[in-house]
Write a protein that binds this ligand. Structure first.
Ligand code: GLC
Length: 649
């Protein structure tokens, strides 16, 4: 049962699409208001678990932490940092009382959850205008499903978006992209797409190509597609201020950019220098921006990643001092924290000095900050719906609840650290709780230098995340899977992803079409696994227990009921795994997974590209009797819950 309590006059976030009854007051929280904020408190019992918050730091159980919803461009993915790129203000209390609460406001929200052992949840919404959605009844899992249902149908990617992709900040020319495609194909390692980072652009301008590097972009897209490889360009939020350039001129003329204090167009410094931000909170500006992707779809592109949409800004028109990106980055390096604090203050001042026209309602950016990235995804998605007659790949860095209807997310600039592999493991169920099914992290890590062991273990986990993309930063070591000596182990583990595709694609599509989660905590089905965060349920049949520790030749695994253990070493080897704790060896070139009792896992033949996807001969592993295989053509929009074929042993 879901109901909402309205405070003041909330702006439209469109996070929830279901009709929801209005309740008079908050059922579970003690509420206090002052001129600037509304505070919600709930007394926790000692055994209560608190789930949710999607993309935040901390654990899957959010107790003991302080989290701030304020979308931030940050590479500091440590518990010292209260804000990442997204705001997913949904929590679930699971204990003597089980209920969910979604604090629907794009303003800054502070969550203190048993912070400093206070024994309570304290949520401070820094606005007087918000809707509180409260979900009552059932288990934590049912509460999450109720929210996902209320958000509305999740984004449906094409089959190829479930393939493996390679990316790097630094690929510049056709030659670079061909070399990556060659590297994979010559080594027999599967690959479906390569992302194009900002270096494809002319001077980092969206909707442009460096013509020296790409003399005939449409021909190049088609050449790569002929090899089974889609190219996926990045699109940043800001449009370069440059009189004479068509996109800039059009935006100025149509009035689709955000305004500054004086009524002019606000200027913020990002990769290309000074830019204007499209007003994604305005429906006319969204329609305009979405239509701009014609530039890419005309050249044959079918997938995109939207970035810098918190929005990130290195400086802005009101900043003091030098307005040069490289010079500013150098200052950061030289003066460290002092510079950082100054920059944070400057950023906040910037967010407070520009305005949106929310279809007639003028709002200060700071007060609706957390909506910006998600609305960029919406603009893109609605544009692509019109431009293409089939599904497309789309994922974004910044998001707000509801954006899952339009595209996926990736979790931003992590690093090549074991802690960040574990963070990826924690993010996945939390994102799914908030409806973000199509998600993943930069496999191998964005910052720093990945080594062979970390990349293999990370791939072995990413093999189960819908978005499986290896991405790294500009000055890091080469991170393509063929750059780490003997490629056999990489071929095997990425190959496993492709053998599991019939299952991964089916489970994703069924979850998306049935308002379900694709990845969930083990405790959502097996309460005795409460507290276990390094094992996950993937779809309806599988439990995984990734190795997330350096030097470990395996790990301890809790098997919550009798299951089938499958060891993949190029072949699938099944053996019984009785209920209880097990010490399990997992060699670096192996993946061990667990099939739940009474369930089946369909596996396909070895393929190296989704173009070879074939469900005509599947092997069914496990002791179940039947499996619901979801099938469609993987590309058109003909995705119906009835596209099910029952497979029996
Ligand atoms: C941001 C993105 C990263 C990208 C870089 C350059 O840091 O998060 O993925 O590579 O910008 O575009």
């Amino acid at each position: 049962m879901i109901s909402k309590v309205v405070f003041g006059e909330p702006v439209r976030t469109d996070a929830i699409t279901a009709e929801v009854e209005t309740a008079k007051e908050a059922a579970r929280f003690e509420v206090t208001e002052d001129e600037k904020s509304v505070t919600f408190r709930y007394a926790l019992r000692s055994r209560d678990v608190v789930y949710g918050l999607g993309e935040t730091m901390g654990k899957v159980n959010k107790r003991g932490g302080r989290y701030i919803s304020f979308n931030t461009d940050t590479a500091d993915h440590t518990d010292a940092n209260p804000s990442l790129y997204a705001s997913h203000n949904f929590i679930v209390v699971d204990g003597e009382e089980t209920f969910g609460a979604f604090f629907d406001t794009p303003a800054r929200v502070v969550f203190e959850i048993d912070w400093h052992d206070s024994g309570e949840i304290r949520v401070v919404c820094e606005t007087r205008d918000l809707s509180l959605y409260q979900i009552e009844g059932g288990s934590a899992y049912e509460v999450c499903r109720e929210l996902i249902r209320a958000v509305g149908r999740c984004y449906l990617p094409p089959l190829w978006a479930f393939g493996y992709g390679q990316s790097r900040f630094g690929y510049e020319t056709e030659k670079d992209f061909r070399a990556v495609a060659d590297g994979y194909q010559e080594n027999g390692i599967p690959l479906d797409y390569i992302c194009m980072d900002i270096d494809y652009m002319d001077g980092y301008r969206d909707f442009s190509f460096n013509e020296k590097s790409f003399p005939d972009i449409a021909a190049f897209v088609s050449e790569m597609k002929g090899r089974g490889i889609r190219l996926v360009p990045i699109v940043d939020a800001g449009i370069k201020v440059e009189p004479g350039e068509s996109v800039y001129e059009e935006g100025v003329q149509k009035g689709t950019f955000c305004r500054n204090r004086e009524g002019g167009y606000f200027q913020a410094g990002v990769w290309p220098g000074m830019t204007h931000f499209p007003d994604f909170l305005n429906s006319r500006a969204r329609a305009w921006f979405g239509g701009l992707y014609k530039f890419y779809t005309d050249a044959g592109f079918e997938g995109f990643w939207n970035d810098m949409n918190e929005p990130a800004m290195f400086y802005n028109e009101y900043s003091r001092g030098f307005k040069n990106v490289l010079f500013r980055l150098a200052l950061d390096l030289l003066f460290g924290n002092r510079q950082r604090e100054k920059k944070e203050r400057e950023l906040l001042r910037g967010y407070k000095s520009f305005y949106h026209d929310m279809d007639g309602r003028r709002v200060r950016h700071y007060d609706v900050h957390n909506l910006f990235g998600g609305m960029m995804t919406r603009a893109t998605s609605e544009g692509l719906e019109k431009l293409l007659d089939h599904r497309f790949m789309l994922f974004s860095r910044s998001s707000y609840i509801g954006a899952s209807r339009y595209g996926g997310v990736w979790t931003g600039d992590n690093s090549s650290r074991w802690e960040h592999l574990m963070l990826n493991v924690r993010h996945m169920p939390s994102l799914n709780m908030c409806g973000f099914l199509y998600s993943g992290a930069d496999t191998g890590g964005f910052g720093g230098n990945c080594d062979r062991e970390l990349l293999l273990r990370w791939l072995a986990f990413s093999a189960f995340t819908p978005l499986m993309r290896n991405h790294t930063g500009k000055f890091t070591r080469d991170q393509e899977a063929y750059r780490f000596g003997d490629v056999e182990a990489f071929r095997k583990i990425i190959g496993l992803r492709y053998r599991l595709l019939p299952y991964i694609y089916s489970e994703y599509m069924k979850a998306a079409l049935r308002a379900d989660m694709y990845i969930k905590p083990v405790a959502f089905v097996y309460p005795e696994a409460r507290g276990i965060e390094d094992q996950l349920l993937v779809g309806d049949s599988l439990m995984i227990a990734p190795v997330v520790t350096q030097g470990a030749g395996g790990r301890r695994v809790f098997v919550p009921e009798d299951m089938t253990r499958v060891r993949y070493d190029g072949e699938f080897r099944c053996e019984p795994a009785p209920k209880g704790w097990h010490d399990v060896d997992v060699a670096l070139d192996q993946v061990v997974l667990y099939i739940r009792r009474g369930k089946l896992l369909p596996v396909g033949k070895a393929i190296t590209n989704t173009a070879e996807y074939d469900v005509s001969e599947l092997t069914l592993l496990g002791d179940g009797e039947s499996y619901e295989l979801y099938t469609d053509d993987g590309l058109t929009r003909d995705c119906k819950p009835e596209n099910i074929r029952i497979l029996t042993k």
